[in-house]
Design a protein around this ligand. Structure first.
Ligand SMILES: [Zn+2]
Length: 410
């Protein structure tokens, strides 16, 4: 009995700790009594819980801008000291290894990308390259080792985050299976490591670092090489255990459509994925068409999606003939998920959508195909896509786990 009550008490303390820190993270700067009111706990509990963190400099106090005599002389706001800690974020992406270091509020202190074809690279070799990349990045950034709170790691595929296992990669040609990545990386980098699927990591990063008011349930739709949709529910990605992300890229849009990387025909990815799209665009450029894009490209033999987005906004008509149908498929796939879940918000993370013209077109298609046009106040939010959203999201995971939930010190 004693053991049980003791364990319950420690559980309550742990939950209080995570709730208090989570509230400060989301709403800081905030007053102690405001935290107590919101969480339904006593003011002394709040004060005692954060005392050590204030002494350690993880949290800091800020004076109230206005004077409220009724709150007493000591009333002040509490917030995270954003440069008191740094997190390392790592993504194993189809284009190589992408790393960054952020402070506790997601501000990037340094970033590094080692580009290579991950096809035929062994798991062991990936680990060694990651170690090299992270070591170099820490050196270049000049961040104090003592201040690094841990690392987050993410990749496309199925990841068992609770047990630290990479179940399988969803990148074509890659054959890593059931690898204890969390244990391996943690001993190699000599720091605590947490792991996730790359789109779930991105969604967590957006949620934590941007601190926007969003509905309880919303969709994070990511399109790059592959297309995935993460359902965010109460600030967390939906689904636990052996889980990828809603791999919407391999849902079939046309039963007799073009062949996809996965071997099936007519997958969404075969229309919208960066590889098939860029293949068509390269053909267009080789035929001497899409002049605007040609002028904008750093290397017209290797057009980039961000350049395509720019050329669309500059009115490249020939390019539109290829890109608009792809965006139409993307819009239909988003509307399909909205119709399934009745979510009121879709956050879109896609480099093609750096184009204002395409944002407008995609929004029209989604709204047009939304079954409850009148009833559902559907909003589409576009984020400025870049190659580091995955690694930055992995930093957010590490901050959540090792600072807010304090899991490494359990
Ligand atoms: Zn497919």
């Amino acid at each position: 009995m004693k053991i049980k009550s003791g364990s319950n008490l420690s559980k309550v303390r742990k939950n209080n700790y995570a709730s208090i820190l989570g509230t400060i993270y989301q709403q800081g700067p905030i007053m102690r009594n405001e935290i107590a009111n919101q969480l339904g706990i006593t003011l002394p509990t709040v004060t005692t819980t954060i005392k050590q963190l204030l002494e350690d400099g993880i949290l800091q106090e800020e004076p109230l801008r206005e004077n409220f005599p009724s709150l007493g002389r000591k009333a002040s706001l509490v917030d995270f000291a954003e440069d008191s800690g740094y997190a390392v974020g790592i993504e194993w992406s189809p284009v190589g290894i992408i790393c960054c270091i952020t402070n506790l509020r997601g501000k990037i202190a340094g970033k590094k990308k080692i580009a290579f074809d991950i096809k035929n690279i062994s798991y062991r070799e990936m680990l060694l390259r990651t170690k090299h990349c992270v070591d170099e990045l820490i050196k270049e950034t000049g961040v104090d080792h003592e201040k690094i709170i841990g690392a987050g790691w993410a990749t496309p595929g199925m990841v068992e985050s609770e047990n630290g296992i990479l179940v399988c990669s969803s990148v074509n040609y890659v054959s890593w299976h059931d690898e204890p990545i969390q244990k391996n990386l943690s001993s190699l980098l000599e720091m605590p490591v947490c792991i996730e699927n790359h789109v779930r990591a991105r969604a967590i990063g957006q949620d934590m670092f941007e601190r926007k008011e969003r509905p309880d349930v919303y969709l994070y739709y990511f399109a790059q090489m592959g297309i995935s949709c993460c359902v965010m529910a109460d600030g967390e990605p939906f689904g636990k255990g052996r889980f990828g992300t809603g791999d919407i890229g391999h849902t079939i849009m046309e039963w007799d459509g073009p062949v996809c990387d996965c071997g099936k025909k007519g997958c969404l990815q075969a229309f919208v994925g960066e590889d098939p799209l860029l293949r068509q665009i390269r053909n267009l450029l080789e035929m001497g068409k899409a002049e605007t894009l040609h002028k904008l490209c750093e290397d017209p033999k290797k057009p980039k999606i961000v350049e395509v987005a720019m050329a669309i906004d500059c009115g490249d008509e020939e390019l539109k003939d290829i890109v608009f149908p792809a965006v139409r498929y993307m819009g239909i796939s988003i509307a399909n998920i909205v119709n399934l879940l009745n979510s009121e918000l879709v956050v879109v993370d896609c480099a093609l959508m750096n184009s204002q013209v395409l944002r407008k077109y995609l929004s029209e298609i989604v709204l047009e195909n939304n079954l409850f046009q009148e009833e559902l106040d559907l909003k589409i939010e576009f984020i400025q896509a870049n190659r580091y959203t995955g690694a930055r999201g992995a930093c957010a995971m590490a901050i959540e786990k090792f600072v807010i939930k304090n899991i490494s010190r359990e």
